[in-house]
Design a protein around this ligand. Structure first.
Ligand SMILES: *[C@@H]1O[C@H](CO)[C@@H](O)[C@H](O)[C@H]1NC(C)=O
Ligand SMILES: *[C@@H]1O[C@H](CO)[C@@H](O)[C@H](O)[C@H]1NC(C)=O
Ligand SMILES: [Cu+2]
Length: 268
């Protein structure tokens, strides 16, 4: 394990930015909420409480419960607020990074890869106690470019967007917004975002979970759907599966034909 003093030297050399990121801020009613206000706090990879930079250390073990909501976030020990969201409305997550003084700053999704969002209904009203070991369904899948992607023709972004990275829709964004399906059954849910940086050996998983209370749309009677397909996390990915473990710097990767890992998105 690397010592924190070695790490601080490295951080000083490379400045305060890091190649990693997390999604600690929920975007609610078009406003960026504070880091960990609605999102479960995660623990530093070094295990040293208060070590800000290793907070961002990626998860590489698909069998670990750390890939549910992030490292050591199976339970919500920071007891975040629960966001009320009407089904059919828009939410988002903002990316963050830790600075050496422990405060948080905006960050970008510095790696190319696959972005998705998920919901899992808590069996009780107490979201703090829900381990995320129930059923999950996917509500967002971002592969190639969309209208939210960075415009790499913009001179400000041009230096960051090489041809192999910029084809990924979520590459280098600082946030992503999406809609909660209008027919999502009302209730208390974990709302999970996940970015995967594919690698041939250790793909990196960047998951975070917000606490949300999904309310029925005001139109009555509101239609209620049956979400699916349902999966478990961990369990949804296995080491070596070809749509998670591959060389993302492959020139031949045709992102428009690339099929992301299962499950498919539930559209409501
Ligand atoms: C998501 O929405 C927030 C709030 O409106 C905005 O600041 C942010 O730029 C949006 N993100 C993207 C990628 O469009
Ligand atoms: C992990 O979570 C527990 C609460 O479940 C907390 O007390 C502990 O400090 C956390 N560990 C680290 C390294 O932050
Ligand atoms: Cu990284």
């Amino acid at each position: 394990m690397r010592s924190s003093s070695v790490f601080l030297v490295g951080a000083a050399v490379f400045g305060q930015s890091s190649a990693h990121y997390m999604f600690g801020r929920l975007i609610l009613d078009n406003k960026w909420t504070n880091t960990w206000e609605y999102v479960r706090q995660i623990s530093p990879g070094s295990g040293i409480i208060g070590d800000p930079i290793s907070l961002l250390q990626p998860n590489i073990e698909p069998k670990s419960t750390d890939i549910v909501c992030g490292r050591n976030a199976t339970l919500a020990w920071n007891k975040p607020k629960t966001a009320s969201i009407v089904a059919g409305s828009r939410v988002g997550f903002g990316a963050g990074e830790a600075k050496l003084d422990g405060t948080m700053d905006r960050a970008r999704v510095y790696h190319p890869g696959y972005l998705s969002a998920w919901l899992s209904k808590s069996p009780t009203d107490d979201l703090n106690a829900y381990k995320g070991d129930g059923d999950w369904f996917k509500i967002l899948s971002v592969t190639g470019r969309t209208e939210q992607s960075i415009d790499f023709a913009d001179p400000y972004f041009k230096p960051y967007g090489d041809a192999l990275k910029r084809k990924w829709g979520a590459f280098y964004v600082d946030s992503w917004n999406f809609t909660i399906p209008a027919t999502t059954p009302p209730g208390k849910y974990l709302l999970r975002i996940e970015h995967i940086f594919p690698n041939t050996q250790d793909s990196q998983f960047y998951p975070n979970c917000a606490h949300v209370d999904i309310l029925p749309p005001s139109s009555t009677p509101a239609a209620v759907g049956i979400p699916g397909p349902l999966v478990k996390i961990p369990g949804v990915y296995v080491r070596g599966q070809p749509d998670v473990y591959f060389d993302k710097y492959n020139l031949d990767l045709d992102i428009d034909k690339w099929v992301p890992p299962k499950p498919e998105v539930w559209k409501g």
